[in-house]
Structure formats: C-alpha cells, structure tokens
Design a protein around this ligand. Sequence first.
Ligand code: EPU
Length: 428
Amino acid sequence: MVAHLPWVAVTRYVVRPSGPLSGTVQVSGATKNLGCKLLAASLLTNGTSTIRNIPHVDDLDVMIELLRALGATVEPDGDDGLRIDASGEIVPDAPYEIVSKMRASFNVLGPLVARCGEARVAMPGGDSIGSRKLDMHIDGLRAMGARVEVDDGYVVAWSDGGLLGARHVLEFPSVGATENLLTAAVLAKGPTTIENAAREPEITELCRTLNMMGAHVVGGGTSTITVEGVEELSPVETELIGDRIEAGTFLMACAVAGGEIELVGTRLEHVEMVAHKLGRMGMLVSATPDGLWARKARRLDAVDVQTLPFPGFATDFMPLAVAALAVADGTAIVTENVYDGRFQFVDELARMGANVRNDGRHAIVRGVERLVAAEVQAADVRAGAALTIAALVADGETTIDACHHVDRGYANLPAKLRQLGADVDRRA
Ligand code: EPU
C-alpha cells in the first residue's frame, strides 16, 4: 500500500485500451533529472542565469521553493524558461521540510560549500525504490578538504580555507555524487579528478553548462572527469535537452500497445540500450533527423534485461520494460542492479493479470496476451508510468492511484499519450 503524502492532492489516471498508437510527439525538456540540477548549479554564480525548455513538473516546484529559501530569486522567463537570480546573499541552510520532498534537492550541497564555504543540507532519506545513501557525496567532499558531519538528520559541511582540488575515485558511478563533486570542484583551488564518474547524458550537459559559466571541466560523459578550479563563474543562458526517460517511456508504450510513432526532440544515443533491447524483441527503432521513429508490427519476443549505469540499461526504464515484457511472447529475467527496492510495482502489475514474480533483485516475467483492468497504485514516478502503459492493453478501465508521483517527473504524461491516440485521462 502506498502512503499518500499529506501535501499533495490525490491524482489518478484512468486508462482504457484504444488499439495501436500512432502519431508524433514532442519530447519535453529534461526538467526532473537535469533542469533541477542546473537550478542548483546556478547558485555558483553571482548573477542571473536563464534556463529554457524547462517544462513544469512537480519536482521543479520543490527546487524553486528550495532556491528561494536559500535566498535566490526565481521567476518565469517566457513560456518555457526560468530566470534565477543568485546575486543576493545566499543562506547555506537547506531545510528538511523542502529537501525531504525530493532527492535532487541534495544537489545544492556542492554549490553551497563551493560558494559559501559551508552548508547545512537535510538528508533526503530513502524512498520507495530503495535506501539511496549519501556516503559517496560525503567522502568526495572530505577528499577536497571539507569537514563533513552528519548532525540531527542534516549533512553539515564546511571548509575553512576553501575547497582543495583532489583525485577521488567513486565506489560506484553515482549520478548525484558526481554532480555534487563537480559543482564543488569548479570553484576549488587546483585540479580535481573524479574517477569512475557517472556518464549519463545529464552529467555531460551539466559539464557543458558549467563550462559555459567559465569552468574548466574536461571529460564530461566519460568515466574520468577533470576540473581545474577557477576563481569565479558567470551566469549562463542555457537550454535543456529532451528528457530521455520520457522518450524511452513512449518507446515502451509503443512496445506494449503496438503501432508506429515519431518522437521529436530526442537522440538515439540517449536511449541506445533501450532501442537495442526493443530491436532484439522485434520492434523497429531508428534515428530521424530530429528524433526517433518506432514501429511494432507483431507481438514482441521476451528478452532478459539487467539495469546498469549509463550507457547500460537505465534503472529508470526497468519498470517500463517489465510492462512491455508482461505482454511479450516468452519468459524474461529482469535484474535490478542499482536500487534495492524497485520491484514494488510488480504486485500491482500482477493485479492487472501480469505473470510476474520477484525477489529483491530479480523478476521473472512470463508474457501473457492481454492484461485486465484493475485499480492499482503508483509507488514512484516510473512505476506509475509503467502501470499507465501496461493499462493500454488491459481490458476494461484501469485506475492508477497516487499519480502525483508520475507528475513529479513527467510534463503531463496523459496528454502526451493522448497525442499518440491513447485513451488516458487525469482525474483529481
Ligand atoms: N548510492 C550510494 N551512496 C551514495 C550515492 C548513491 O550508495 O553516496 C547508491 C544509491 O543508493 C543507489 C545507487 O547508488 O542505489 C545509484 O544512485 P545515484 O546516486 O546514481 O542516483 P541519484 O543521483 O540519487 C539519479 C536520478 C534517478 C536515477 C539515478 C540512476 C535524479 C534526480 N535522479 O538519482 O532517477 O535512477 O540517478 O540513474 O537525477 C527517476 O528518474 O525515476 C530516478 C529515480
């Protein structure tokens, strides 16, 4: 049973099967996993930065609330932009009431220590996909000479004479730790090398943006990132890339419901492993000049999937892949290597007639021809998206409760699926 959080209204999606998908959809900017990080990085400058193509998702509200609490001014800029003025006094204290709502808010730690020489940031805690520790963030800052303590649920970090560049090897290519260390290192004294860095496209984009701000970062998108610290950074005007998880969601929706779709504003190299797996299952996916094209003309074959950091099969696609495998021909083993609790949605999928069993790290999915409608609950953003696309082939009317989780990361998923001909409504 998924607990409803007290500050959010109950949101449901209602889905009825409507046959194969068809049409074109514009992939939204990657607000959740990139935009929120760039807001945090804007704290590194003493001026006004602009981020464009940053559509509204609920997590953005949390990040804006946090930046305002820290002393920045955040205002809309045109239809799809935000202007962040971080020129005033920044109070390096990120309170639990805000940070606890969203993991990405912990990304202010690096910029705050770099800019203010100290920070007190609440620990976001675990969530419904696993424990999500912070040890690598803390170890990396300590390697740069910061003193770091955990006190009363807060990470408190300070560096008396400023951060010092260092060579640091991450135990695992953590996205968040790579981002926090990068945004700390850009203003540190001397060179920093982050080994075993995360290689996700959002990291590449963060490095690109930091360089536009005047940082010296080399190797973004590879396992070794080197940073030569500079005295100060300038405000930036930048634009988000398309959200690769949203793009992958539409590909998986097509894998479930069939049809032919075109995605504009994404790149094959951002979803390459998903496209590869779908290709092995029998779907056609190819690059177009401005995005992707996909067609499913027959029932897909089951293939095994295991999640890995980029460029491997991203954990965020795993629940969506399980939805696609639930109606594929054959049996697949799905292995989750990144989180220790991301299979909660499997019980909900089973309530829709899927033949799925799981232990902590594996799920065995035996494909069935069709699913059946049920009332189900979204445990997290991708679980909710997976149940939504599974419902495209569930006979009857499926109600997915707790879809505020989905709205945290998707810019109106029901409306976008409707553009492809799906019958998905939002109900408060
Ligand atoms: N980890 C540690 N110690 C640390 C940091 C991470 O043990 O200090 C572990 C975590 O517990 C987890 C694994 O490392 O098991 C991966 O964590 P990572 O730090 O890479 O993830 P994150 O930065 O917290 C981001 C995305 C996630 C996505 C992961 C992996 C954002 C806001 N979140 O999280 O996105 O799953 O990278 O790619 O960017 C989602 O969009 O649904 C989502 C959960």
